[in-house]
Design a protein around this ligand. Structure first.
Ligand SMILES: *Cc1c(COP(=O)(O)O)cnc(C)c1O
Length: 398
């Protein structure tokens, strides 16, 4: 008899995006004349950078001739891309060895897969509100999950304290959904906590490229000691428009080691290499060439232009909210604005209000955790025209 992983029974149905879609469909059917502006989904809208397309096309051509065709590549990624990432990390003030970087098909996969190298006996610490993948992937393993609250008082940047007993800690900075970003001093506190408790931090830096302020780290590895206690997950999805192209990378430092119950030292880098070479066969050559181009001089310039475009959208939104006296977080180091629902409305009440009155779609904050109740996430990934139009509607009638 096949016994099933009954931990799956403990997952909450994720109604969030299907419920949003259903409400929008109903609204559109009832008001075919109204132009709905979607500011809910966290997907990019600008096409891939020209340098990326050029590299991808060249790689496709290489696949067409016998001499340059590629079959299976190294599971952990081609050296050309890992070396480009080593250089890119230098721009963030971090020195890495090529072998510390693992290329993957995205940060979501790695977020789930990394759970393989940790025991199910661990207690997991997850900030609330946060990207729901951290919670669900650990529920699937039957692990104990503790939450640490993001609140207006801590600027949605929860900090460790001695009363917390956690073994694996998820941090996401700049944060999805709140847009809040930890300072170096705050990350130092987390690293100190992790080192003291032999914990491991899983640091999701999917939005690092949105950071322009040198006071805000783009990598946790700028903090001394982080290489002894942290793994960093990163992605080209939001920073280079790779949501449909699929490429990310995970950094597991050589100095990250933990002991087994009988005292044998384990290298997490070696464990992850073993995991990847066993269960993964690498990212397509064509995609890795495209990813390499992101980190070329031309590619960086073009991608920064895309980010500047989204940042300007965020600025337009923030200016409107400030003018209207609406309270919000984020928007500066991330494409997300975390809006406090006015007049004490719940997330869903405000969602309904915006849809019915202004034909604007957001994402109810309650979908990102209990602490998200009373907030709504709006994204700056839309077109300029739609962003300006949405803000005009808010300015006029909210
Ligand atoms: C979008 C997102 C990811 C997923 O990235 P992919 O590389 O597309 O899988 C990971 N973490 C956070 C916080 C995200 O918002």
């Amino acid at each position: 008899m096949a016994l099933m992983n009954e931990n799956y029974c403990n997952l909450k149905e994720s109604y969030l995006f299907s419920q949003i879609a259903a409400k929008v469909t109903t609204f559109t059917a009832e008001h075919p004349d109204k132009k709905v502006i979607r500011m809910g989904i966290g997907d990019v809208t600008l096409p891939l950078a020209p340098a990326v397309i050029k590299a991808m096309q060249k790689a496709v051509e290489e696949m067409a001739t016998k001499e340059t065709f590629r079959g299976y590549g190294p599971e952990q990624g081609y050296d050309f891309l890992r070396d480009a990432l080593v250089k890119y990390y230098e721009t963030a003030g971090v020195t890495l060895a090529r072998e510390e970087i693992f290329v993957s098909d995205g940060a979501k996969s790695d977020c789930g897969n990394i759970t393989d190298i940790f025991s199910d006996a661990n207690t997991i610490l997850v900030p609330d509100p946060v990207y729901p993948v951290y919670v669900d992937t650990n529920i699937m393993r039957g692990r104990k999950i503790l939450y640490i609250n993001g609140t207006p008082e801590n600027g949605f940047l929860p900090m460790p304290d001695a009363s917390i007993k956690a073994d694996v800690i998820y941090l996401c900075s700049p944060n999805n959904p709140t847009g809040a970003a930890y300072t170096k001093a705050q990350l130092e506190e987390w690293v100190t906590y992790a080192l003291k408790n032999d914990a491991v931090i899983l640091y999701d830096a999917a939005y690092e490229a949105f950071v322009t302020d040198p006071a805000i780290p783009r990598s946790i590895f700028v903090v001394e000691g982080a290489k002894e206690c942290a793994i960093e997950l990163c992605s080209l999805s939001k920073t280079a428009g790779f949501t449909g192209t699929r490429c990310g990378y995970t950094v597991v430092p050589h100095n990250l080691k933990r002991k087994t119950a009988d005292g044998t030292e384990l290298s997490l880098n070696k464990m992850w290499l073993r995991r990847q070479t066993t269960k993964f066969n690498g990212v397509p050559y064509v995609i890795q060439r495209a990813a390499e181009a992101v980190f070329s001089e031309e590619g960086q310039k073009e991608c920064q232009e895309m980010l500047a475009f989204y940042r300007e959208n965020a600025k337009i939104m923030m200016d409107t909210f400030t003018k209207k006296g609406l309270k919000f977080y984020g928007g500066v180091y991330s494409p997300y604005i975390w809006l406090e629902c006015p007049k004490g409305m719940t997330s869903w009440a405000f969602f309904d209000y915006l849809l019915e009155k202004l034909a604007i779609v957001g994402t109810p904050g309650a979908g990102f955790g209990q602490m998200g109740e009373g907030y709504l996430r709006l994204t700056a990934f839309g077109s300029r025209e739609a962003t300006v139009e949405a803000m005009a509607r808010i300015e006029e009638s909210l």
